[in-house]
Design a protein around this ligand. Structure first.
Ligand SMILES: Nc1ncnc2c1ncn2[C@@H]1O[C@H](COP(=O)(O)OP(=O)(O)OP(=O)(O)O)[C@@H](O)[C@H]1O
Ligand SMILES: [Mg+2]
Length: 502
């Protein structure tokens, strides 16, 4: 502008400048700018049209004093009409009277424009690039056309700045979101390897050990109370090892009667015993090239122990009823919640086998000795079960407090089960009053057996209830309880639950 700005021009520029500093979203900024033009300059109708690549045309993004239909109709091709020309050429246009042929009236606004109102359109530029057009309808009266157009050009430039600012904020927001995503991912990876979640020093050490052990072929003995994650760790070792493409075969030595266990482990030939109508591969053969997981190894019958020793020493087996030896290459991971060295001392477990299995010992401490893991595990299980059951259950901080205090004699499994139950049964926020009563039975650490008893009684009752509900159809009851059929069978035996038949 050649001459000094007058008060009105200064006020308008100042007001638009204020909008810049507010960091609104772009369309909101536009709305404010057009409002300023109305309030301080009596612009009754105005709009901003931006070029949209996908439409290959300009489209009104924000308008003031236009109806929805008029906005809808505001689409201008490059070079078409005044708006299209301003966009193409980057030069402002002033049309004193819109009742001429130059004005295409695409919006259909002409009929509502009063006599004496003129039309002005200026380009919106960012740097050298034109991104759209600012258009206003106004009775300029005695005002200088030149000065008015120049003021509009300045506002056009400021709109360009608003656009750029918004783009930058969005880009930063995206970068920030991405950073957050990477961070969360890194965190969850840090707190979880192959599904082993925890942040206590004990779990970190465990994870380091698991990683190291996975690199070797040595036999591993995992010890820890029931539900501490022994099976999980065994699986993690296999799937982190170079045997991961080969089978991972589990056998629970306590769940199978002694007589069947041998056949299960080594396989049999047709006719080798009554009922052996076909030949069958044993678990060692099935696991060839991979890993066999001997769960509850403490329950391996003494009579079978020499045979296991032989597999380890000679890497060969014979099926029952066969003389043929079969070479097997199997890594053995075993687990127990018993004290194996005690069993050795009492002659219930062979010392030589114990040392062969226990080349790399891994001990998982009980959950109550690594309480830092409790909140992380709670989050982890909440997420899993909320997703599985399509719920949004949260726990009151008081509940977490109680969980941290609680002794968890059933360890992680017990925590997992209670959270699954809460997610299924509750909605929204779970309070401490929603917890089952045994959480409030304060027993001393000297009475773990009692607590376990309470848990087991509850479990027994639940199984009974589920069986009643499903008419003693075990598969249905198992599904209801979230157990596999085998897990249910195991518990039915453990709690000597009588199976009625109807
Ligand atoms: N650190 C952990 N992170 C995530 N889940 C865990 C963790 N530890 C245990 N779990 C989960 O808890 C449950 C019990 O774990 P797992 O079956 O491995 O225990 P276990 O020691 O083998 O028990 P048992 O002696 O009764 O066989 C499983 O569902 C397992 O996925
Ligand atoms: Mg297990």
């Amino acid at each position: 502008m050649h001459k000094e700005l007058n008060l009105r021009e200064l006020t308008i520029i100042n007001e638009v400048g204020k909008i810049l500093s507010r960091g609104y979203e772009f369309t909101k900024s536009l709305e404010e700018v057009l409002k300023v033009l109305y309030s301080f300059w009596d612009v009754r109708h105005s709009y901003v049209a931006l070029y949209r690549r996908e439409l290959k045309a300009l489209k009104i993004l924000k308008a003031f004093g236009l109806t929805e239909e008029e906005v809808e109709r505001g689409i201008f091709r490059k070079g078409e009409g005044i708006v299209g020309k301003v966009y193409r050429d980057g030069v402002p246009v002033f049309l004193p009277d819109i009742r001429t042929n130059a004005y295409l009236n695409k919006t259909g606004l002409r009929e509502r424009i009063k006599q004496g109102e003129s039309f002005a359109a200026v380009p919106i530029k960012i740097g050298g690039e034109i991104i759209g057009v600012l258009a206003v309808f106004k009775d300029f009266g005695e005002e200088s056309v030149e000065r008015s157009v120049e003021l509009l050009m300045i506002i056009g430039t400021m709109i360009g700045m608003l656009y750029k600012l918004d783009e930058k904020i969005n880009q930063e927001r995206e970068e920030w979101e991405e950073e957050k995503r990477l961070l969360t991912k890194a965190l969850s990876e840090k707190y979880s390897v192959e599904g082993i979640v925890g942040k206590s020093p004990a779990v970190r050490k465990l994870l380091e050990l698991v990683e190291k052990v996975a690199q070797t072929d040595a036999n591993v003995l995992i010890t820890g109370e029931s539900g501490t994650g022994k099976s999980l760790v065994a699986k993690a070792i296999h799937f982190m090892s170079k045997r991961k493409e080969k089978p991972f075969i589990t056998i629970n030595c306590s769940a199978i009667p002694e007589t069947l266990l041998e056949a299960e482990l080594f396989g049999y030939e047709k006719g080798s015993f009554t009922g052996a109508y076909t030949s069958k591969k044993g678990k060692f053969e099935l696991a060839n090239g991979g890993t066999i997981f001997l769960d509850e190894i403490g329950d391996m019958p003494l009579s079978l122990q020499p045979k296991i020793l032989r597999v380890i020493q000679d890497k060969e087996i014979e099926r029952l009823g066969s003389e043929k030896t079969i070479k097997v290459d199997v890594r053995i991971i075993s687990a127990t919640n018993k004290n194996l060295s005690d069993l050795v001392a009492h002659g219930q477990f062979r010392e030589d086998l114990y040392y062969r299995l226990n080349v790399l010992p891994i001990h998982i401490p009980p959950l109550r000795e690594r309480k830092e893991d409790i909140p992380v595990l709670v989050d982890y299980f909440l997420e899993i079960f909320n997703q599985r059951y399509n719920k949004k259950v949260r726990l009151h901080p008081k509940v977490i407090e109680i969980f941290i205090e609680y002794a968890w004699y059933g360890n992680v499994r017990e925590l997992e089960n209670i959270i699954e139950r809460l997610v299924i049964l509750k909605d929204g926020l779970v309070r401490d009053t929603d917890l089952p009563p045994y959480f409030f039975v304060h027993l001393h650490d000297s009475e773990p057996k009692k607590v376990l008893q309470v848990i087991e009684n509850t479990e027994r009752e639940e199984i009974l209830k589920a069986l009643e509900k499903t008419g003693y159809v075990k598969s249905k009851a198992a599904r209801l309880l979230g157990y596999t059929l085998r897990q249910l069978d195991y518990r039915i035996k453990k709690y000597s639950i009588p199976l009625k038949r109807y």
